[in-house]
Design a protein around this ligand. Structure first.
Ligand code: SF4
Length: 309
């Protein structure tokens, strides 16, 4: 199942920016074959025209408002109503890719101004992005600028494809073996985000008869969302890779072991991309015909074609 991602409409879609412009983003382009997009332009969708005078975020007492400085028209209520309505009507989504720096869509990098519109006082979420985070705290929400970073992109894709997989399981879930297989495939990926949740989820699945099929799935879904709302770290990757290494280390020659340790040290120092280690593991999984490892989502979290670095 393809992930379903909410996309700012000015990214590779329509000329809806305040100046009538469109952003052509290479990565969004690359995703077209692998993702189903739902587009949104909060500003146009609340009735603003194209082109239009730009709006800005302004701090008024304890509130952040979205205002057009020349006319001083305040769009805050309209934007809040639209955001709540749009977000609560989304049925199944796996993440958001929003436009960086926008007062509506920006993810943490929209400029915030003083009450007189003159002084820049910091950065914050765009108004729509802020509600997206509030409604879907467990989903990956990024902007096209942040997705140029290898780790942020890797994390975003991993989570979006994991949520799409969970949706697919939920829609076709009939027997406990479906969940057992799913959990087996996700073992190392769950370990990456939360070794603690891995234990809880393993015990939940093993003792499913206590709660029954439906309740077990509900609880599993809850823990899955909690797991994938966390961050990954290089330290956590190294822990997972060392566990996986245990599958085939006994069969390696001393020089291969030394080479593996060198790669691991480089990853620890952030001197190589994770994909180098993953390729190393995949090669050995093929060589030793380790079907268990080959089925692990950790080594194949999303289509290889999306690795562009
Ligand atoms: S940044 Fe958001 S509000 Fe602005 S044009 Fe793009 S989609 Fe519309």
């Amino acid at each position: 199942m393809k992930p379903i991602i909410v996309l700012s409409r000015c990214l590779n879609r329509e000329r809806v920016r305040y100046n009538g412009g469109l952003i052509n983003d290479e990565f969004v382009n690359k995703l077209e074959n692998y993702i189903d997009f739902i587009t949104v332009c909060p500003e146009v969708d609340i009735g603003m025209s194209v082109p239009r005078a730009p709006v800005i975020l302004v701090r008024l007492n304890d509130e952040i408002r979205i205002i057009e400085p020349i006319s001083q028209e305040d769009f805050t209520e309209r934007m809040i109503n639209f955001s709540k309505n749009f977000l609560s009507n989304l049925k199944e989504i796996d993440g958001f890719i929003l436009k960086a720096k926008s007062p509506s869509c920006g993810v943490g990098d929209a400029k915030l101004y003083s009450q007189d519109f003159k002084k820049y006082i910091g950065k914050t979420n765009g108004l729509f992005a802020n509600y997206a985070k509030e409604f879907y705290p467990y989903l990956p929400i990024e902007d096209e600028g942040r997705l140029n970073d290898y780790w942020i992109r890797q994390n975003f894709l991993t989570k979006a494809f994991a949520y799409a997989d969970l949706r697919s399981l939920k829609n076709n879930f009939k027997k406990i073996t479906d969940l057992i297989r799913f959990h087996q495939n996700y073992k190392y990926l769950i370990m990456l985000y939360s070794p603690n949740n891995l234990k809880k989820m393993g015990s939940l699945v093993a003792n499913w008869e206590k709660l029954g099929l439906e309740k077990t799935f509900e609880k599993y879904e809850e823990l899955f969302k909690d797991t994938f709302s966390k961050r990954q770290s290089i330290k956590a990757h190294i822990n997972v890779i060392q566990h996986i290494y245990g599958h085939f280390s006994d069969f390696l020659k001393p020089k291969e072991k030394r080479h593996f340790q060198t790669l691991l040290d480089k990853l620890r120092e952030d001197r190589i991309y994770l994909k180098v280690l993953l390729e190393f593991i995949r090669n050995f999984a093929y060589r030793f015909e380790d079907e268990y490892l080959l089925s692990q989502k950790y080594i194949n979290p999303y289509p290889l074609d999306l690795e562009v670095f």
